[in-house]
Design a protein around this ligand. Sequence first.
Ligand SMILES: C[S@@+](CC[C@H](N)C(=O)[O-])C[C@H]1O[C@@H](n2cnc3c(N)ncnc32)[C@H](O)[C@@H]1O
Length: 150
Amino acid sequence: MRLTLALEYWDDYIGYLLNGAGCLTSIDINKDICDIFKYRQTKEGHPNASAVICEDFLTCELPQDHYDLVTMIGSALQETGAYRKGLQKISEVLKPNAQFMYMDSDRYHKKENLFELLPELKFELIHIGEYNRFSNVSFYCMKIKKEEGV
Ligand SMILES: C[S@@+](CC[C@H](N)C(=O)[O-])C[C@H]1O[C@@H](n2cnc3c(N)ncnc32)[C@H](O)[C@@H]1O
């Protein structure tokens, strides 16, 4: 089971990658975005369409220790307005040893903010890529693992 937060073309792409290897749950709080996304995937005949949840990620009920992968990209975490709570929820829904792919912009959240929180979130940083070619749009991408046995 995979979960992506804030849906769009990214979710389309992950759905294609997973085709035959798993299904995807996509969450966004905005009803128009959810409706258009579902309509488009249906019209285009996406072979592995997402199960869409149109709710606030911070408060919606999701199974604990359930997902093999969670992705959060772009402005999604910033838009929730709850950095720590959002990351805590991601940790709770991931299975032990499962992975979190997190992409964010330096102008929203400094990567060092997360380094400090890793132990408390039961996260282990596996890899970080930093993309600073254009300083006004610099961003980073992290591969994070949920610790086992927690
Ligand atoms: C800029 S979009 C993310 C980019 C998108 N995933 C993509 O593929 O490019 C940010 C999304 O976060 C959603 N969002 C903001 N707060 C949210 C929340 N609390 N729960 C779920 N979705 C939220 C917004 O509705 C918006 O669609």
